[in-house]
Write a protein that binds this ligand. Structure first.
Ligand code: CTP
Length: 410
């Protein structure tokens, strides 16, 4: 273990005093320890103690001209065999999980190409909080290693998980980590699967006016359609999203056109043609009031009004039979019964290549919810996916469409 170099980030927790001993223990085993002390960490232990114990300068500032001249922060993050965080506070873990780089410690964690071993230390409620647990799960997924926390009496007077592991336990974890592969490979850059392609997506409900203050609408949230537009843009496509009234934000890197009615949606879609792929995820109102009133409808002696409904244009069917038909036309089928049968009928009736069918009965929570269970219905059969977050449904759908485009169409 001689000559192994540890970069130790000391966060702001009462357990920072144990890190002084940790430095000694690591050095006893022949390792060199370079310390980064966070602003909060410096409230608990001094740079002088850490410098004396490590025998090296302690780094504290992201923008330190003197330190930067001797060793830049990127070099600092790479010139180690292992990065260790002890104590790893809830805040440091949150920053690392979200990729922040607003101080020296978080910047090093983002810039390093080495394994990171964290020894969490915090109050048990902070440790057990779903936010911390989510962050830890994310970091584990990213390859971060953890030692502890242990159970026991805490400095704050409570009892439970959150105590930083003892220095010798941490040393054992360091040795185990060093025995494994300490370099994290860069995630392979995936070539953007829809690069150079134009995609049009419709999303959300439409609002069909009855009079200036009332309208016919439905419960679509736009979450699934917007997620598809985002996933297509992330896959390198140039995306136009035509959205009905929704409260979800516009996806980034997507040209979003806001409309209200089905007729406006059709007009915006036709103006955006030509495209390679059309995805109709909007819940377009099938009917509108034939003669929407210019003035507010008043209650009167004649009783409730009769709304004369007329059928809206079918955007999906129009695009699928268009002179400038995209190579792939994908529709959705929102059903409350006989999902597959209805979807197959829609596939044929609207002449599209693929229908993403889902059950929108109230019990499923799909409308407005964050998860979706879909069946992909095409002439080649039915593929049922497990219940997935809408963003994941979107990514998988985009991957499927990219594969179909690669095969020269559906
Ligand atoms: N659609 C459309 N224009 C319409 C109605 C629907 O583009 N005027 C599209 C939707 O965006 C979706 C697909 O057609 O991709 C199916 O929508 P859905 O509401 O499930 O079907 P409907 O056409 O309304 O058929 P039905 O009334 O039989 O359910």
């Amino acid at each position: 273990m001689t000559s192994k170099r540890i970069l130790l980030i000391v966060g702001g927790g009462i357990a920072a005093y144990k890190s002084l001993d940790l430095v000694r223990r690591l050095r006893e085993r022949g390792m060199s320890v370079r310390v980064v002390l966070t602003g909060a960490g410096a409230q608990f232990v001094t740079p002088l103690s850490l410098a004396s114990l490590s025998g090296q300068e302690v780094h504290q500032e992201l923008f330190s001209l003197t330190a930067e001249a001797r060793m830049g922060h990127i070099e600092l993050s790479r010139d180690a065999d292992l990065v260790m965080i002890a104590p790893a506070t809830a805040d440091l873990l949150a920053k690392a999980a979200h990729g922040h780089a607003n101080d020296l410690a978080s910047t090093l964690l983002l810039a390093t190409d080495k394994r990171v071993l964290a020894a969490p230390s915090m109050n048990l409620r902070m440790w057990l909080h779903p936010a911390t647990q989510r962050n830890v799960a994310t970091l584990r997924g990213d390859g971060m290693l953890f030692v502890g926390p242990g159970d026991g009496a805490m400095a704050c007077g409570e009892f439970g998980p959150g105590r930083m592991s003892e220095p010798l336990e941490i040393v054992a974890a360091v040795e185990a980590a060093l025995a494994g592969d300490t370099t994290i490979p860069l995630p392979l850059a995936q070539p953007p699967v829809l690069a150079g392609l134009r995609v049009i997506v419709t999303s959300g409900p439409t609002h069909e006016p009855i009079d200036p203050v009332r309208y016919i609408a439905n419960r679509s949230s736009g979450k699934q359609g917007h997620a598809i537009a985002q996933a297509a843009a992330d896959a390198g496509a140039s995306v136009v999203l035509v959205s009905g009234p929704v409260s979800v934000p516009d996806p980034s890197g997507v040209k979003t056109i806001h409309v209200e009615t089905a007729r406006q949606m059709l007009e915006a879609v036709e103006a955006a043609l030509p495209a390679d792929i059309f995805i109709g995820a909007a819940a377009v109102a099938d009917w509108r009031v034939g003669a929407a009133l210019a003035e507010k409808l008043k209650k009167g002696a004649s009783g409730p009004p009769t709304l004369g409904l007329v059928e809206n244009p079918d955007i999906l069917a129009t695009v699928a039979s268009h002179g400038r038909r995209p190579r792939l036309v994908v529709g959705f089928a929102a059903e409350t019964e006989k999902v597959i049968d209805h979807a197959q009928a829609k596939l044929a009736r609207k002449k599209c290549d693929l229908i993403v069918a889902n059950d929108v009965s109230p019990a499923t929570g799909v409308m407005g919810g964050d998860a979706n269970t879909v069946h992909l219905v095409s002439t080649s059969g039915v593929e049922t996916w497990p219940t997935l977050p809408k963003a994941e449904v979107a990514r998988r759908l985009v991957a499927q469409l990219a594969a179909l485009m690669g095969e020269g169409g559906a």
